[in-house]
Design a protein around this ligand. Structure first.
Ligand code: MF3
Ligand code: CO
Length: 248
């Protein structure tokens, strides 16, 4: 069942989204060679608490951290850890903020120090692909229009789109219907309606799209060990078009 949100609810989610965006801005200032993802996780938890919010991912289906921190070939749901980040790494920090019961979800991939040209290209294309998807998030369009826009662009740049993990509706709980694939055919799939709030969160791989699950049961990484990047926004479908609730 798809739960449409009222203007009031969207406003409250927007407040959560603004806080999340400001947290990402702070993270961008501290990511550098030598910092650990467990330190970033602690920073996020403290930052949210200071602003009256909580990390919704902590405790979600047994997940133990405020953030997911996915390094290099990790696609998503990486565990924060004590290993220092190295010059040339890329790291995706993903989090869901709960502010007075309203949620927002956003992931961002950061460059650690100086990264290779191919990593730079992957980050640029992945971020652009998110915005290509958002451009299609209008009432009356279909989910396949979003997926196609992302896939067509990412593949035309020589990259691949992860299939096993998709965007989702979000409301009082993190994962609601519908599923929002980052691949598809135009003119197919569910018709978007005003009041839907969804995430668009393309995970784009340098090599093959296939993934392997780590033995921890959470972390997915690329099957070929090549890089994966991700950018995610929470989007409200409004009568005036897509509203990015987590805009930085
Ligand atoms: N933020 C993630 C998403 O985009 C949710 C991760 S759930 C967790 O769907 F438990 F792994 F944190
Ligand atoms: Co997320």
């Amino acid at each position: 069942m798809i739960i449409l949100k009222s203007e009031k609810e969207i406003e409250q989610m927007h407040e959560a989204g603004k806080l999340l965006a400001s947290c990402h801005k702070e993270i961008s200032k501290i990511v550098e060679p030598g910092i650990t993802t467990i330190e970033i996780d602690a920073f996020v938890e403290k930052y949210l608490k200071k602003h009256g919010a909580t990390p919704e991912q902590k405790g979600y289906q047994g997940y133990q951290y405020a953030t997911c921190a996915s390094v290099n070939d990790e696609i998503c749901h990486g565990f924060p850890r004590k290993t220092p980040l190295k010059d040339g790494d890329i790291v995706t920090i993903d989090m869901v903020v709960n502010l007075n019961g309203a949620l927002a979800d956003s992931a961002w991939t950061y460059a650690v120090g100086n990264i290779s040209d191919k990593a730079e290209h992957l980050l640029k294309v992945t971020k652009n692909s998110l915005y290509k998807g958002i451009e299609k998030a209008y009432a009356g369009n279909r989910l396949g229009d979003i997926g196609y826009a992302i896939q067509h662009y990412a593949e035309s740049e020589g990259f691949s789109v992860v299939r096993e993990f998709v965007g989702h509706g979000i409301g009082p709980t993190i994962h609601e219907e519908p599923h929002v694939p980052h691949y598809g055919r135009p003119g197919t799939g569910l018709i978007l309606k005003t009041g839907m709030v969804i995430t668009i969160e393309p995970m784009i791989n340098e090599g093959v799209w296939a993934s392997r699950m780590d033995s921890n049961g959470w972390t997915a990484r690329t099957a070929d060990g090549k890089l994966s990047a991700q950018y995610e926004h929470t989007i409200a479908i409004t009568k005036d078009g897509p509203l990015i609730l987590t805009q930085q």
